[in-house]
Design a protein around this ligand. Structure first.
Ligand SMILES: [Zn+2]
Ligand SMILES: [Zn+2]
Length: 391
């Protein structure tokens, strides 16, 4: 099975049924494994409901980031991998030969996959894009596409969100935008972004460094960055500058309650304390979330601050935590703006991908706009959810 996510439009886990696949709920008969392309909830969210005997396969960094997040995010979960996906390293599972390909996506350690069995070949795009920090991977995929693909399952998240002839800004372009806004900020620049969007954290870190500022992260982000186990990703570890760790009050309480306070000891020399925040505000950027406003207020570190929303605007709808932050900023007179780019390929890049792979049959997945597929791509076949099809 390739991915087992909680659908983006599902309201809750308990009410969402598992797909009708033998062995998911009861004893496994022919189900060999569940392969998770990356660590986004819409790709693993239903896994907690399945039979625990089913082996899980995912990237090594995906496994460790999920484990790190589980200590901090209320409904996150640590999953144990039986095997790891690695770029280009083939995995044989019964009759299936699986070739993972690392892709550019807002989720770290994300893979597309070729699956071959009995002479038939399938290519699964997973979630991917061409405008992030690993755009070279997308171009390499176009240059050396999987060959003789019978069926391609391709995501179409951007359809309906972006005009078919438009493109998303690159992470590099965002870096320049951040630099401009950090320079125009007298006090602390507060960036609301997911700590698990590693590409974005790197973009913000680079912009901070280039403007002589230090990026301040909380313990959750620090643990996620460490979990990437990747030498080019900034983290509170030996050799890294312009990086500091601030632990908000409620996080400190939570660490003590969970008996995991010692995890922050390893980066003691990177810590910035509440009484220092006001002094360092003008040369700092903080990776933050709305509830941290209380700590900043108490530390009198909000003078001249600016808030930059660096995630999907959909999270700003009425009643959401994002909307609350926005109105909090309005009442405090703190400027609030959005700097963001999508984690998914534009329609134009999807067209380039579909043309390069040139499958005999292209099935839309991961989209709210599958009716647009036949106009954009060749050989499209629409298959309904829950419907079986032969490759
Ligand atoms: Zn994703
Ligand atoms: Zn997804």
């Amino acid at each position: 099975m390739l991915d087992l996510g909680l659908p983006l439009n599902a309201t809750d886990l308990a009410a969402t049924p598992l797909p009708g696949v033998d062995g998911l709920a009861g004893d496994s008969s022919t189900l060999l494994a569940i392969i998770l392309s990356h660590g986004h909830r819409d790709h693993w969210g239903l896994v907690p409901k399945v039979n625990r005997q089913i082996p899980l396969i995912m990237g090594k960094a995906t496994e460790s980031i999920m484990r790190a997040a589980a200590d901090f995010v209320p409904d996150a979960i640590a999953l144990d991998a039986a095997q790891h996906l690695k770029h280009g390293k083939q995995i044989q599972l019964g009759p299936f030969l699986i070739t993972p390909r690392l892709v550019d996506h807002s989720g770290f350690d994300a893979y597309a996959m070729e699956v071959e069995a009995n002479g038939r070949r399938l290519f699964y795009s997973g979630d991917l894009r061409a405008h992030g920090r690993k755009s070279k991977l997308f171009e390499a995929l176009l240059k050396h596409p999987p060959r003789n693909i019978d069926t391609m399952l391709m995501e179409g998240s951007s359809l309906g969100r972006l005009a078919n002839d438009q493109s998303f800004p690159t992470e590099d372009a965002l870096e320049e935008l951040f630099i401009g806004r950090f320079r125009a900020t007298d006090g602390m620049a507060l960036v609301a972004c997911s700590a698990q969007n590693i590409d974005r954290v790197v973009t913000i870190y680079r912009a901070a460094k280039r403007t002589g500022r230090t990026l301040i992260v909380d313990a959750y982000a620090a643990e996620v960055l460490k979990a990437t186990e990747h030498s080019s990703i900034p983290k509170p570890a030996h050799g890294w500058t312009n990086l500091a760790v601030f632990i908000p009050h409620s996080q400190r309480v939570q660490l003590l309650k969970k008996n995991i306070a010692p995890i922050v000891d390893t980066y003691r020399e990177f810590r910035v304390w509440p009484e220092q925040l006001a002094d360092v505000a003008h040369r700092s950027v903080m990776l933050f979330r709305g509830w941290m406003m209380r700590d900043l207020d108490r530390a009198q570190a909000l003078t001249g601050a600016r808030v930059i929303w660096s995630q999907w605007d959909g999270y700003l709808t009425t009643g959401s935590a994002g909307a609350m932050l926005k109105s909090d900023c309005e009442s405090r007179g703190i400027p609030f703006e959005t700097i963001h780019t999508s984690g998914h390929a534009s329609p134009g890049d999807l067209k380039r991908l579909a043309a390069a792979v040139s499958p005999k049959r292209l099935i839309p997945i991961h989209t709210f706009e599958r009716e647009q597929f036949p106009d954009l791509f060749e050989n499209v076949a629409l298959i309904n959810d829950g419907e079986w099809t032969e490759i």
